[in-house]
Design a protein around this ligand. Structure first.
Ligand code: SF4
Length: 334
């Protein structure tokens, strides 16, 4: 049943009876199997710049964090990372940076064109841009765009992203869809002051936006942000939100996030068993990985792709799944 009301979603998010929580996860797993199959698609993330002009209260890349060494990969370094992803038959490259990175849109278009020419799908995650820039990137061959709304609660949004309005973010998502991007968005679970009702609204917003990808992740407090010292949420709350988002949105691609793996050594496997069908391995050069510190103690920053890939395959197979081949485009559009 995908037409849950806000009240029912909030009620299920509050559920603490282990048997009922297990039943929710089993239900989400069955929906995932029916609509998305047993393949787990890999998306190779290249974190090409940790420079950000914004000051979000929950993010270690925020411009006010002067303790962070900043970097931007050269075009050659980006293309070397693309070659590594290709070597492991990863069909999608995700180019991610802070907002307002020093790579001009024209150069980004040229990089997108080159990657697309190698037969790989390109996802961008570079924040809010004017319509014309999105259009240029789409025309250059970018297939997908990830722009998380983070929270559907306007007050929380304004509190933690004071430079921005939720409606502007949603307008960007509308523009991306208009241009034919496969659009991804989602939330963070665990903001201080966030309620189960807020999370229920987040799930319903994911459905309303008719997304191709939904990312449900978890807020982990960074020591160089105003939210340092805030209590970490329970992984189970994030997993319940993920499970309900799967049940409500049915056929979206949903990642088992690195943040889940940071909270719990088996966090990604748990996410794969309650709705997720994507993993996003980091294929950035090893020496820069630690510097993309959105949250602290991020896993997979000491390893290179040659170590990460077999580890991820083992994890995927350990929960009875297989690695998806090819681009793994949106199922909604087939
Ligand atoms: S969340 Fe994004 S826009 Fe905000 S500070 Fe971090 S990288 Fe910048």
């Amino acid at each position: 049943m995908s037409n849950y009301s806000k009240d029912i979603l909030a009620q299920r998010l509050k559920e603490s009876d282990p048997a009922k929580v297990a039943a929710l996860f089993a239900e989400a797993d069955a929906v995932r199997r029916e609509y998305m199959g047993d393949c787990v698609y890999l998306r190779g993330i290249i974190e090409f710049s940790n420079i950000c002009a914004r000051d979000c209260h929950y993010c270690g890349l925020r411009v006010s964090n002067t303790k962070l060494s900043r970097y931007t990969l050269s075009r050659e370094e980006i293309m070397e990372s693309v070659a590594v992803a290709k070597e492991f038959e990863i069909g999608t490259v995700v180019l991610q940076s802070g907002e307002g990175s020093p790579v001009p849109v024209k150069e980004l278009c040229s990089i997108v064109r080159e990657i697309s020419g190698r037969g790989m799908a390109v996802t961008l995650s570079v924040g809010e841009l004017p319509f014309d820039d999105y259009q240029a990137l789409r025309e250059a061959g970018a297939d997908r765009y990830l722009l998380k709304f983070e929270t559907s609660n306007e007050k929380l949004y304004k509190k933690f992203r004071p430079w921005s309005e939720l409606k502007d973010r949603l307008k960007c998502l509308e523009n991306l869809k208009k241009l034919g991007f496969q659009a991804g968005s989602g939330n963070l679970v665990g903001f201080p002051g966030q309620t189960d009702e807020d999370l229920a609204d987040d799930i319903l917003l994911c459905k309303k936006l008719e997304l191709d990808m939904v990312s449900i992740s978890v807020f982990l407090p960074h020591p160089e942000t105003p939210l340092k010292g805030v209590k970490k949420p329970a992984l189970e709350k994030m997993l319940k939100t993920l499970a309900l988002a799967r049940i409500v949105t049915l056929n979206t691609h949903m990642p088992a996030t690195t943040a889940a793996g940071t909270m719990d050594p088996l966090g990604r496997e748990k996410a794969l068993q309650c709705g997720a069908n994507v993993i996003m391995p980091n294929v950035s050069p090893s020496e820069f990985r630690k510097l993309y510190e959105i949250y602290p103690d991020k896993i997979c920053t000491n390893e290179g792709t040659r170590d990460c890939y077999p580890c991820l395959v083992r994890r995927i197979e350990s929960v009875g799944r297989t690695v998806g081949k090819g681009r793994g485009d949106s199922v909604r559009r087939k």
